[in-house]
Design a protein around this ligand. Structure first.
Ligand code: HEC
Length: 133
């Protein structure tokens, strides 16, 4: 029992520490261009996550095309048909625990949907949206 509680505690700590570190580094980047920047916004993040764009292979898609609209449920990669585990850290404790992994997929997935990399502002907004789902 004790071990279980400690494991859960360590998992939640590593999640929040990683997200804090990631969001903080994005914030520093945004502040360089916009010194009056106040903070990331889940509402803008929702728009980034759900709006459709002509992306990879000229297909009109959004982040929800693969991750679905309920982020506590599994999604499916529309290009490969592979199951994608839930994106919400509330449903999947492995999410947002490693900055390199987050960065790798943000880069790849923004390219899939937007045909370009995400800006620091966009990545901060969309992360704020996802972690609250
Ligand atoms: C073509 C399908 C596809 C689209 C579209 C897509 N993703 Fe993903 N995403 C994946 C796959 C595949 C993974 C990696 C497999 C996994 O982690 O389950 C992933 C992983 C991620 C991760 C990693 C999180 C972590 O810590 O494990 C984030 C963040 C993410 N996606 C965000 C987004 C955002 C934001 C968008 C829209 C800009 C998006 N995804 C669009 C397929 C997609």
């Amino acid at each position: 029992m004790k071990a279980l509680i400690i494991t859960a505690l360590v998992a939640s700590l590593s999640f929040s520490a990683t997200v804090d570190e990631y969001l903080n580094s994005l914030k520093q980047e945004v502040l360089k261009e916009n010194p009056s920047f106040k903070g990331f916004d889940a509402k803008r993040g929702e728009e980034i996550f759900t709006s459709k764009h002509i992306g990879k292979k000229g297909k009109e898609i959004s982040c929800t095309s693969c991750h679905g609209t309920n982020l506590q449920k599994s999604g499916e990669n529309i290009f490969t048909g592979k199951v994608i585990e839930p994106l919400s850290p509330k449903a999947n404790k492995e999410r947002f625990t490693d900055v390199a992994t987050i960065e790798k997929w943000m880069k790849r997935n923004f390219n899939d949907v937007y045909n370009r990399e995400g800006t620091a502002l966009e990545k901060g907004d969309v992360t704020t949206y996802i972690i609250n789902q």
